[in-house]
Design a protein around this ligand. Structure first.
Ligand code: AMP
Ligand code: MG
Length: 488
């Protein structure tokens, strides 16, 4: 039994064909690797959390799991190819809690062993990738980007075999829900209309209740998912987050960033950046993400064809790129500290990015330092900004700065206030791969303090703090060899 305030899953009220009852597999001598104490109260844990019984429960090692844990079934398009059955191969829903504000949180273990959906794999997750997910989900939350959250991480010396022998970890992640586009695709492609409808009704009832009153609740649901996806991917583009595996089974119908695997943040700006070394063709490159989101929404929209007229589905898909562009430009105007909206903004943004392309400019530091640019035409560029370019600021960037300054002057944009605003939206800290690697290397030797320190830093990424000066720096030369693949 758990002393955690876990209640039965609402998802369990769906028919048995939606899930399998599962039993976590224990780890030997588990230990706490990280606990997200900030999140405990928010998800409704009031009691002491780091107890032996909770450690057992959240590492898959308890003798008795109550409520009944479930693994859910889904399918999805992986790299464009439909795979008829995926499902929670190494994730198990444990139950749910009621948070401090009355909201409900589902709890899920990742890496607690096999389920009927594990296919050929072991149901485990390695410490390395679990630390990356733990840190990145909290970094995204700190950035203000919708995401599943990481509550706790446990580990053990038990071996898990990937390219080499590594050790096992179990992540406890929480979210209002873990339903993916692929959950819809599973029932749609199987032609199981009744269950498909039950799923849509469940999602409306539990997550989008305002849609129930719409003339066509299913169209309203699709539009809401489209709007959240647009906002999500716009936010990713604005901070340079690359998901790495934007398969439809890794897309949340709640518009959350989900399934952190071979993700990465842009360091040197490169629109073609591919963070996942297994993605040889660059299907999920940085600049492709909005197009992929659109493609994924088309795959989801197809599942709605029983309830929404084809013309309405087409219209939904046709308007989405403009909806994305609006959300994206909104983010970019904020990054540039602009006060007005003008027709020229799309060009101002794309010309800036064109000027950065190929210059090895650190994307994060660039926007942080751009806040220091004076409004006056003759003022020299801040040294810290020019130094970000491989050979100093280029003439195309200088031309762009001229346009930017004219714009700032024309909207009476005060330099001091602009810098303050820009620093509230342009992070000083992101989860650079090398920072994660450093924390992972220490953790492999049993020292988890760097995870905690990085978490503390990344939970407030817009606030520059002297104690974290080392985390604000661009990657050192050795980081060029870091290779992030699907292996996790
Ligand atoms: P991904 O694209 O990495 O999120 O995973 C695709 C599918 O593979 C999902 O159904 C996962 O549950 C499953 N999967 C990935 N790794 C494992 C593993 N080690 N054991 C079992 N299933 C896995
Ligand atoms: Mg996945």
């Amino acid at each position: 039994m758990s002393t955690l305030p876990l209640q039965p899953l609402r998802f369990a009220a769906l028919p048995e064909t939606f899930y399998a009852r599962v039993q976590p597999e224990p780890l030997n001598q588990p230990q706490w690797v990280a606990v997200n104490t900030d999140l405990l109260a928010e998800v409704g844990v009031a009691e002491t959390f780091q107890t032996a019984s909770n450690l057992a429960y959240l590492s898959g090692s308890a003798a008795n799991y109550q409520p009944q844990p479930l693994a859910t079934v889904y399918s999805g398009h992986q790299f464009g190819v439909y795979v008829p059955r995926l499902g929670d191969g190494r994730a198990m829903l444990l139950g749910e809690t009621v948070g401090s504000d009355g909201s409900r949180w589902e709890w899920q273990l990742k890496g607690a062993g096999k389920t009927p959906y594990s296919r050929f794999a072991d149901g485990r997750a390695v410490l390395r990738s679990s630390i990356r997910e733990y840190l990145c989900s909290e970094a995204m939350y700190g950035l203000g980007i919708a995401t599943t959250r990481a509550l706790a991480l446990t580990g053990s010396a038990d071996p898990v075999y990937r390219e080499t022998a590594e050790t096992a970890a179990v992540l406890t992640r929480v979210a209002p829900g873990f339903i993916r586009f692929g959950h819809f695709e599973y029932f749609f492609y199987k032609g199981r209309e009744e269950e498909l409808k039950q799923l849509a009704d469940y999602v409306i009832h539990e997550h989008y209740p305002e849609c129930a009153a719409a003339e066509n609740p299913y169209l309203a649901l699709l539009q809401q998912i489209g709007a959240r996806t647009a906002a999500l991917v716009a936010a990713w583009q604005a901070v340079g987050f690359c998901h790495g595996v934007m398969n439809t089974d890794n897309m949340s119908v709640l518009g959350l960033t989900i399934d952190y695997g071979p993700f990465g943040f842009l360091e040197a700006y490169d629109r073609h950046h591919v963070c996942n070394h297994s993605d040889r063709e660059g299907r999920y490159a940085y600049q492709a993400q909005p197009y992929v989101a659109h493609w994924n929404l088309a795959a989801l929209a197809q599942c709605f064809e029983h309830w929404v007229a084809v013309e309405e589905l087409e219209q939904f898909l046709e308007q989405w790129p403009a909806q994305f562009q609006t959300a994206y430009l909104q983010q970019m105007r904020l990054k540039l500290g602009l006060l007005t909206e003008r027709a020229e903004d799309a060009e101002l943004v794309s010309d800036l990015l064109a000027a950065l392309q190929g210059q090895q400019v650190d994307f994060t530091l660039f926007f942080r330092h751009l806040s220091q640019v004076a409004n006056e035409h003759e003022a020299p560029l801040p040294e810290s900004l020019s130094a970000l370019f491989v050979d100093g600021a280029t003439s195309s960037f200088a031309l762009w700065v001229g346009r930017y300054r004219r714009r700032l002057r024309s909207e009476n944009n005060s330099a001091v206030e602009r810098a303050e605003r820009m620093n509230l939206v342009n992070p000083c800290y992101i989860l650079r791969n090398y920072l994660a690697e450093q924390a992972i290397a220490l953790a492999k030797n049993g020292d988890y303090r760097e995870i905690e320190r990085l978490h503390r830093c990344l939970s407030q990424p817009y606030q520059e703090r002297a104690e974290f000066a080392d985390f604000a720096e661009a990657a050192p030369a050795w980081a060029a060899d870091i290779c992030i693949s699907c292996s996790s």
